[in-house]
Design a binder for this molecule. Structure first.
Ligand SMILES: [Zn+2]
Length: 202
């Protein structure tokens, strides 16, 4: 097998969920693909890091040319609601389910001492800044995945709000426990919409 093809198979096999066999099939697909498709694909791979950045308000991924993302910039969205999610993917899932018109905050993980993820590794400080600088009372919707890590994250967050004397500035709610799979990422649209609608105050 040519060295270039071997290297391509190796690159593809490192993508999540793709084994050696599938990587080989995909490499052959690329080998036979038309030139325009390959050109576009190559440019997107090369520029993905350079053309994206993190929103300086909610920590979602945004276009590199904007300081804040299109959701934070949208004046039609309700800025008194902030939905706190573990991962950017959770935010995308909630967004595509529809029905939620507030803002988000992405923590990029959950506290997990077993995996060496601690409070300092997550993006809490910007969230507290957002609460402190808000002129109006905010509703913080904790969009939880039902695991121990997130329970720890959520408990830390509630305690910290008390400690920083921000309780009067926020109402904390969480999604109702109606998600069939439990996880936002795998939940169906109907369950997500009703979990949001039927959220409960913590
Ligand atoms: Zn944003």
């Amino acid at each position: 097998m040519p060295e270039a093809l071997k290297r391509l198979i190796h690159n593809i096999s490192l993508l999540p969920g793709i084994g050696e066999n599938r990587a080989t099939k995909l490499a052959f697909f690329l080998l036979n693909a038309n030139e325009n498709y390959l050109k576009d694909f190559r440019e997107n791979i090369v520029s993905i890091k350079e053309k994206t950045d993190i929103c300086t308000s909610c920590w979602a991924i945004t276009d590199a040319w904007r300081k804040t993302c299109s959701i934070c910039d949208d004046s039609k969205r309700d800025s008194t609601q902030i939905c706190i999610v573990e991962e950017y993917l959770d935010m995308l899932t909630l967004e595509s389910a529809g029905g939620y018109t507030g803002l988000y905050h992405v923590l990029w993980g959950a506290i997990s001492p077993i995996n060496w993820v601690f409070v300092g590794d997550l993006h809490f400080s910007k969230l507290f800044e957002r609460i402190e600088s808000s002129d109006t009372k905010l509703e913080l919707i904790i969009a939880t995945n039902p695991n121990l890590e997130w329970e720890a994250t959520s408990a830390f967050f509630t305690e910290e709000i008390e400690k920083r004397k921000l309780k009067h500035k926020v109402k904390i709610t969480r999604l109702s426990r109606g998600l069939s799979s439990g996880y936002i990422e795998y939940a169906d649209t109907m369950s997500l919409v009703s979990a949001l609608k039927e959220r409960k105050e913590v």
